[in-house]
Design a protein around this ligand. Sequence first.
Ligand SMILES: C[S@@+](CC[C@H](N)C(=O)[O-])C[C@H]1O[C@@H](n2cnc3c(N)ncnc32)[C@H](O)[C@@H]1O
Length: 199
Amino acid sequence: MDYLDEMEVFARKNKIPVILKDTRIFLENLCKEIQPKKILEVGMAIGYSGAVMLKSCNAFLTSCEASVPNIKLAKQNFEKLGLSDRVEIVEGDCLKTLTKFNDQKFDLIFLDGPKGFYLEILNLLLPLLKKDGILVADNVLFRGMVQGENPIKEHRFENTVKVLKQFNETILNDERLESKILNIGDGLAIVKFKRRNEL
Ligand SMILES: C[S@@+](CC[C@H](N)C(=O)[O-])C[C@H]1O[C@@H](n2cnc3c(N)ncnc32)[C@H](O)[C@@H]1O
């Protein structure tokens, strides 16, 4: 078992939600293929998905996280993996911190932060995406509840599911965007800007 696998086991044991196996494989392949130089992540947790991406390319990662205990664990994990010099951690509520990124552009953005705010976050992220960049959002099918395969059994998920439905409709109907929803992991949205002559 390598250190990334150990991180995943630690996260599952401690009920820290991290990307599923298929999502890991998708991100690894994507990073190998597009070789991003700059990656932005929203929702770092203990640094698992960030480390997965960094180990598959030579990018620099900027990762946003609000939980102080998670940030502490992520720092230790990046240190152990020898990745610390390729990571900047932006601490605090991403709805605030992302408003201060205005002059930066990223090749790859991975959205895996608070699901109930995906629409607001999308509006903050699109100006940060390079013209030919890719935005990947996790959990957009949310345990089968978004497309109705599974019923919403718990009241606390109602808003999440509502927002994710709106998020999916928005990315699929926005004329500037070319988006797909893939049935990988817990549902991955892939968002790109349309090329100008396709508008
Ligand atoms: C699903 S976890 C991220 C998992 C991580 N991407 C991985 O797969 O290794 C979501 C993370 O978003 C963080 N989070 C929740 N609300 C946030 C906010 N408003 N701003 C920044 N981070 C937030 C949580 O603390 C949690 O660590």
